[in-house]
Design a protein around this ligand. Structure first.
Ligand SMILES: C[S@@+](CC[C@H](N)C(=O)[O-])C[C@H]1O[C@@H](n2cnc3c(N)ncnc32)[C@H](O)[C@@H]1O
Length: 228
Protein backbone atom coordinates (compact mmCIF):
# COMPACT_ATOMS: atom_id res chain seq x y z
CA UNK A 1 0.00 0.00 0.00
CA UNK A 2 1.28 3.47 -0.86
CA UNK A 3 1.76 5.73 2.15
CA UNK A 4 0.31 8.67 0.23
CA UNK A 5 -2.77 8.26 -1.93
CA UNK A 6 -4.92 11.35 -1.43
CA UNK A 7 -3.48 13.85 -3.84
CA UNK A 8 -6.69 15.83 -4.53
CA UNK A 9 -7.00 16.45 -0.79
CA UNK A 10 -3.29 17.29 -0.47
CA UNK A 11 -3.62 19.90 -3.23
CA UNK A 12 -6.41 21.50 -1.21
CA UNK A 13 -4.22 21.43 1.91
CA UNK A 14 -1.49 23.24 -0.04
CA UNK A 15 -4.04 25.64 -1.56
CA UNK A 16 -5.25 26.64 1.92
CA UNK A 17 -1.62 26.84 3.08
CA UNK A 18 -2.33 24.62 6.07
CA UNK A 19 1.25 23.25 5.94
CA UNK A 20 3.07 26.54 5.34
CA UNK A 21 3.96 25.89 1.68
CA UNK A 22 3.99 29.66 1.07
CA UNK A 23 6.85 30.23 3.54
CA UNK A 24 8.59 27.06 2.35
CA UNK A 25 8.47 28.23 -1.26
CA UNK A 26 9.90 31.64 -0.29
CA UNK A 27 12.73 30.03 1.70
CA UNK A 28 13.47 27.63 -1.17
CA UNK A 29 13.54 30.51 -3.69
CA UNK A 30 16.13 32.29 -1.49
CA UNK A 31 18.32 29.19 -1.46
CA UNK A 32 18.01 28.75 -5.23
CA UNK A 33 18.92 32.40 -5.90
CA UNK A 34 22.25 32.02 -4.09
CA UNK A 35 23.94 29.90 -6.76
CA UNK A 36 24.09 30.30 -10.52
CA UNK A 37 23.60 26.85 -12.00
CA UNK A 38 21.33 24.22 -10.65
CA UNK A 39 20.94 20.56 -11.04
CA UNK A 40 18.12 19.67 -8.68
CA UNK A 41 17.22 16.30 -7.16
CA UNK A 42 13.82 16.41 -5.45
CA UNK A 43 13.20 13.29 -3.35
CA UNK A 44 9.51 12.69 -2.62
CA UNK A 45 8.80 15.43 -5.16
CA UNK A 46 5.03 14.93 -5.14
CA UNK A 47 3.48 17.13 -7.82
CA UNK A 48 6.69 19.27 -8.04
CA UNK A 49 4.66 22.42 -7.38
CA UNK A 50 7.03 23.73 -4.67
CA UNK A 51 9.95 23.55 -7.10
CA UNK A 52 7.94 25.05 -9.98
CA UNK A 53 6.91 28.07 -7.89
CA UNK A 54 10.27 28.59 -6.15
CA UNK A 55 12.36 28.36 -9.33
CA UNK A 56 10.27 30.73 -11.50
CA UNK A 57 12.63 32.91 -13.57
CA UNK A 58 15.78 31.20 -12.27
CA UNK A 59 18.27 29.39 -14.49
CA UNK A 60 17.89 25.72 -13.64
CA UNK A 61 19.98 23.34 -15.75
CA UNK A 62 18.05 20.22 -14.85
CA UNK A 63 15.39 18.96 -12.44
CA UNK A 64 14.95 15.32 -11.43
CA UNK A 65 11.99 14.37 -9.27
CA UNK A 66 11.64 11.00 -7.52
CA UNK A 67 8.39 9.75 -6.03
CA UNK A 68 6.90 6.32 -5.49
CA UNK A 69 3.36 7.46 -6.34
CA UNK A 70 2.32 7.23 -10.01
CA UNK A 71 -0.40 9.77 -9.34
CA UNK A 72 2.14 12.28 -7.98
CA UNK A 73 4.52 11.68 -10.90
CA UNK A 74 1.68 12.32 -13.38
CA UNK A 75 0.84 15.62 -11.67
CA UNK A 76 4.54 16.61 -11.57
CA UNK A 77 4.84 15.88 -15.28
CA UNK A 78 1.91 18.21 -16.02
CA UNK A 79 3.18 21.03 -13.77
CA UNK A 80 6.73 20.91 -15.10
CA UNK A 81 5.60 20.73 -18.75
CA UNK A 82 3.23 23.68 -18.29
CA UNK A 83 5.83 25.78 -16.50
CA UNK A 84 8.08 25.71 -19.55
CA UNK A 85 11.77 25.69 -19.93
CA UNK A 86 13.41 23.58 -17.24
CA UNK A 87 14.66 20.26 -18.65
CA UNK A 88 13.41 17.52 -16.35
CA UNK A 89 12.96 13.84 -15.80
CA UNK A 90 10.86 11.98 -13.27
CA UNK A 91 11.53 8.65 -11.61
CA UNK A 92 8.68 6.63 -10.15
CA UNK A 93 10.25 4.55 -7.38
CA UNK A 94 10.93 4.28 -3.68
CA UNK A 95 13.49 6.94 -2.78
CA UNK A 96 15.51 4.65 -0.49
CA UNK A 97 16.11 2.25 -3.38
CA UNK A 98 16.87 5.23 -5.60
CA UNK A 99 19.52 6.82 -3.36
CA UNK A 100 21.11 3.47 -2.49
CA UNK A 101 21.60 2.49 -6.11
CA UNK A 102 22.13 5.84 -7.79
CA UNK A 103 25.63 6.23 -9.22
CA UNK A 104 27.41 8.81 -11.30
CA UNK A 105 25.24 11.90 -11.16
CA UNK A 106 25.90 14.75 -8.73
CA UNK A 107 23.43 17.50 -7.84
CA UNK A 108 23.81 21.09 -6.67
CA UNK A 109 20.48 21.08 -4.81
CA UNK A 110 18.85 18.15 -3.08
CA UNK A 111 15.36 18.60 -1.70
CA UNK A 112 13.63 16.44 0.91
CA UNK A 113 10.16 17.90 1.27
CA UNK A 114 7.67 16.45 3.74
CA UNK A 115 9.01 12.97 3.14
CA UNK A 116 11.84 12.10 5.55
CA UNK A 117 9.35 11.65 8.41
CA UNK A 118 8.01 8.53 6.71
CA UNK A 119 11.25 6.67 7.48
CA UNK A 120 12.64 5.05 10.64
CA UNK A 121 15.58 6.71 12.39
CA UNK A 122 18.25 4.42 10.84
CA UNK A 123 16.65 4.97 7.42
CA UNK A 124 16.62 8.76 7.93
CA UNK A 125 20.37 8.58 8.67
CA UNK A 126 20.99 6.48 5.56
CA UNK A 127 18.98 8.79 3.27
CA UNK A 128 20.77 11.91 4.55
CA UNK A 129 24.17 10.25 4.28
CA UNK A 130 23.51 9.27 0.66
CA UNK A 131 22.17 12.75 -0.12
CA UNK A 132 25.51 14.20 0.91
CA UNK A 133 27.37 11.70 -1.28
CA UNK A 134 25.18 12.60 -4.26
CA UNK A 135 25.86 16.32 -3.87
CA UNK A 136 28.34 18.63 -5.62
CA UNK A 137 30.96 20.16 -3.31
CA UNK A 138 29.17 23.53 -3.27
CA UNK A 139 25.78 21.89 -2.99
CA UNK A 140 22.81 22.71 -0.77
CA UNK A 141 20.39 20.48 1.07
CA UNK A 142 16.89 21.94 1.46
CA UNK A 143 14.79 19.98 3.94
CA UNK A 144 11.29 20.77 5.11
CA UNK A 145 9.25 18.47 7.25
CA UNK A 146 6.95 17.95 10.20
CA UNK A 147 8.76 18.19 13.55
CA UNK A 148 7.80 17.57 17.18
CA UNK A 149 8.10 20.45 19.60
CA UNK A 150 10.26 20.53 22.73
CA UNK A 151 8.93 18.20 25.41
CA UNK A 152 6.85 16.20 22.92
CA UNK A 153 8.48 12.89 23.67
CA UNK A 154 6.48 10.53 21.46
CA UNK A 155 5.28 10.38 17.87
CA UNK A 156 1.78 9.76 19.26
CA UNK A 157 1.81 13.06 21.20
CA UNK A 158 2.62 14.90 17.98
CA UNK A 159 -0.08 12.97 16.07
CA UNK A 160 -2.74 13.94 18.60
CA UNK A 161 -1.71 17.62 18.64
CA UNK A 162 -1.74 17.81 14.83
CA UNK A 163 -5.06 15.94 14.64
CA UNK A 164 -6.59 18.49 17.07
CA UNK A 165 -5.26 21.28 14.84
CA UNK A 166 -6.83 19.62 11.78
CA UNK A 167 -10.20 19.22 13.52
CA UNK A 168 -10.08 22.79 14.81
CA UNK A 169 -8.71 24.72 11.86
CA UNK A 170 -8.63 22.81 8.57
CA UNK A 171 -12.24 23.67 7.75
CA UNK A 172 -11.49 23.91 4.03
CA UNK A 173 -11.55 20.11 4.02
CA UNK A 174 -14.63 17.93 4.41
CA UNK A 175 -15.03 15.73 7.51
CA UNK A 176 -14.19 12.66 5.39
CA UNK A 177 -11.06 14.27 3.99
CA UNK A 178 -9.91 15.20 7.48
CA UNK A 179 -10.45 11.59 8.61
CA UNK A 180 -8.30 10.27 5.77
CA UNK A 181 -5.51 12.75 6.58
CA UNK A 182 -5.62 11.95 10.30
CA UNK A 183 -5.52 8.22 9.64
CA UNK A 184 -2.50 8.75 7.37
CA UNK A 185 -0.72 10.80 10.06
CA UNK A 186 -1.27 8.18 12.77
CA UNK A 187 -0.12 5.36 10.54
CA UNK A 188 2.77 6.85 8.60
CA UNK A 189 4.28 9.91 10.31
CA UNK A 190 7.39 9.61 12.49
CA UNK A 191 8.55 13.21 13.03
CA UNK A 192 11.69 13.93 15.00
CA UNK A 193 12.14 17.07 17.10
CA UNK A 194 13.75 20.20 15.68
CA UNK A 195 17.04 19.62 17.51
CA UNK A 196 17.08 15.94 16.55
CA UNK A 197 16.46 16.83 12.91
CA UNK A 198 19.34 19.30 12.98
CA UNK A 199 21.56 16.64 14.60
CA UNK A 200 20.64 14.08 11.93
CA UNK A 201 21.63 16.56 9.20
CA UNK A 202 24.92 17.37 10.96
CA UNK A 203 25.73 13.72 11.63
CA UNK A 204 25.40 13.03 7.89
CA UNK A 205 28.31 15.46 7.43
CA UNK A 206 26.47 18.58 6.27
CA UNK A 207 27.72 21.99 7.41
CA UNK A 208 26.22 25.43 7.99
CA UNK A 209 22.95 23.83 9.03
CA UNK A 210 20.49 26.68 9.39
CA UNK A 211 16.91 26.78 10.55
CA UNK A 212 15.06 28.80 7.90
CA UNK A 213 11.53 28.62 9.22
CA UNK A 214 9.48 27.33 12.13
CA UNK A 215 5.76 28.10 12.24
CA UNK A 216 4.33 29.76 15.35
CA UNK A 217 2.29 26.66 16.23
CA UNK A 218 5.41 24.48 15.96
CA UNK A 219 4.28 21.80 13.54
CA UNK A 220 6.68 22.35 10.63
CA UNK A 221 10.33 23.10 10.07
CA UNK A 222 12.63 24.19 7.22
CA UNK A 223 16.40 23.62 7.21
CA UNK A 224 19.10 24.45 4.68
CA UNK A 225 22.65 23.07 4.85
CA UNK A 226 25.76 22.94 2.70
CA UNK A 227 27.70 19.84 1.76
CA UNK A 228 30.82 21.07 3.51
C1 LIG B 1 3.40 15.09 1.78
S1 LIG B 1 3.87 14.68 0.15
C2 LIG B 1 5.05 15.98 -0.17
C3 LIG B 1 5.18 16.31 -1.63
C4 LIG B 1 6.05 17.51 -1.93
N1 LIG B 1 7.44 17.25 -1.60
C5 LIG B 1 5.54 18.74 -1.20
O1 LIG B 1 6.19 19.18 -0.28
O2 LIG B 1 4.48 19.25 -1.51
C6 LIG B 1 4.92 13.28 0.38
C7 LIG B 1 5.35 12.64 -0.93
O3 LIG B 1 6.39 11.70 -0.66
C8 LIG B 1 6.15 10.53 -1.42
N2 LIG B 1 6.78 9.41 -0.73
C9 LIG B 1 6.51 8.94 0.51
N3 LIG B 1 7.33 7.92 0.82
C10 LIG B 1 8.14 7.75 -0.26
C11 LIG B 1 9.20 6.86 -0.56
N4 LIG B 1 9.57 5.92 0.32
N5 LIG B 1 9.81 6.96 -1.76
C12 LIG B 1 9.41 7.91 -2.65
N6 LIG B 1 8.42 8.78 -2.43
C13 LIG B 1 7.79 8.70 -1.24
C14 LIG B 1 4.64 10.42 -1.48
O4 LIG B 1 4.24 9.62 -2.58
C15 LIG B 1 4.25 11.89 -1.64
O5 LIG B 1 4.19 12.28 -2.98
Amino acid sequence: MSNFDFWDTYERIVGHDYMCHREITLAYGEVLRRSRTHSVLDLGCGDASVFVRASRGLPVAHYRGVDQSEDAIGRAERHLSLSGDVPFDLVCRDLMGFVENHRGARYTDIVLGYVLHHFSLPEKRKVLHRCRELMESEGTLFLFDVARRAGETSYAAYHERLCREIDGNWDGLSIDERSVVKEHIRQWDFPEGVDETRKLIEEAGFEKVSLRFRDAAEFYVVFAATRG
